[in-house]
Design a protein around this ligand. Sequence first.
Ligand code: NAD
Length: 542
Amino acid sequence: MNGIPKIPTPFNEPVLSYAPGTPERGELKRTVKELSGHQLEIPLVIGGKDVHTGRTVDVVMPHCHRHVLAKAHQAGPAEVQAAIAAARDAWREWSAWGFERRAAVFLKAADLLATRYRPIVNGATMLGQSKTAHQAEIDAACELIDFFRFNVHYAERIYAEQPLSVPGVWNYLDYRPLEGFVYAITPFNFTSIGGNLPTAPAIMGNTVVWKPAATAVLSNSFIMRLLAEAGLPPGVINFVPGPSVQVSERVLADRGFAGIHFTGSTEVFQALWQQAAANLTSYAAYPRLVGETGGKDFILAHPSADPDVLATGMVRGAFEYQGQKCSAASRAYVPDDLWPGVRDRILGMLAEVKVGDPADFRNFMGAVIDRKAFDKIKGYIDAAKRAPGVKVLFGGGADDSDGYFIEPTVLEAQDAEYRTMSEEIFGPVLSVHVYPAARWAETLRLVDETSPYALTGAIFAQDRRAVEQAKDALRYAAGNFYVNDKPTGAVVGQQPFGGARASGTNDKAGSLLNLIRWASPRAVKENFVPPRSFSYPFMAEA
Ligand code: NAD
């Protein structure tokens, strides 16, 4: 085509309220009922074709684990090999497609998700990942729509970034896709991340092998359907749920492996990096390794903090989605003069919090994702109950008879280095250390040095000097830093997300910085008046 089409200006998808009487509420409730009313089969998708291997695992509701929502087919070595081959085949055409053709696919995907697919993907996220309607809406619908729209916009900006040309010479950059395929490995906790990790490289012209988390496979399978309906050609993204270690071993052994797009725990990313490093000499090119990993996100209160704002930030920041957000506040530092009032406010709010089936819209929290998470979180709480110097101020209960339910739990730890103050628990547990108000400077150091992570953090203060001191002292303690706000809820296009230290490569999901990792630019110089003689003027006789 002739013309340079402009990508529509992106905007953040408005969050629907699901309040009583709204049309979206009725539609979502109907979809949840329908999805839970019959058992689905979730196939692999390789080269655009559904693949049923017959080896299945049960997909259950975390809040009612006897209820099997679906049987998910599992990849074995042959299917992984087929997915790699399909990605390689699709690459020839897809990597050569014009940007406007690729952009159209993802812009359409955004609109499909904003409309017909919205209740389906939200409903599947509520059922399979135990999110409330609001948590599903801000993740599975709004954030993923934003990823699609903003990433296309950022890709346009990258492509527009071109070098200088001089008279007689035309210079330009060709932002080539990587020569090979990208391996996307996605976590359970955000459907939007499930959708973003394979599609961000695809927007840049790459093809992908996608291994979703077993516990998010229901919502993720609908994203595959949505992308096919949006016009994504067969083989551009290949969906291979399966045993993670075996799938990864196969993928990382392939010569065409060109990069990892990962979100999940620190240990898994480090293991993948080591495996890639061990295979390095067998790859056609140096792989791009992009990973967003664990966190031990903090809230630090200065004596000047507003107690109502602080208590609200602590409750929302720590307990929404059962504390299973990588950004969830899990350690807090509150000065002794503020603490009694803040503690009473927190306990008052938590007394009103309802935990249960997300299909009942009165609940603020659902269940944690699976047995493994339940046992791990309960283990931390049980140990805290026995530990000297630790008080359970709220919650502490856990019940797995129907679903993997854990009460929102607040611990007060005298020892600022106690394990719940420094290790990632990934559940509804907030540990508070009360510090002497006069020891503000020491507390800043403590926050910075207590954990190996550096994902998110928040400072609550009304004193401007304190805000500036915290911003300076904690410059490397968080990749996403909040002032007088909870450390969760980053919005695409507004707060590019990611952390450093043990929290990841900080390539900022949903931003230009991330997309650029999926391109390998070629600089082209066209000389319109090339020289015709080898000699230079300085060589002439004086
Ligand atoms: P996880 O590491 O258990 O799993 C992530 C993915 O890796 C899944 O697809 C899983 O199947 C796969 N996997 C697991 N073991 C593997 C192995 N040995 N080899 C290859 N792949 C393997 O993480 P999770 O429980 O799904 O998610 C929770 C973690 O993710 C937390 O640590 C959280 O902080 C982190 N997280 C980080 C961010 C961020 O942006 N920094 C966002 C969301 C989640």
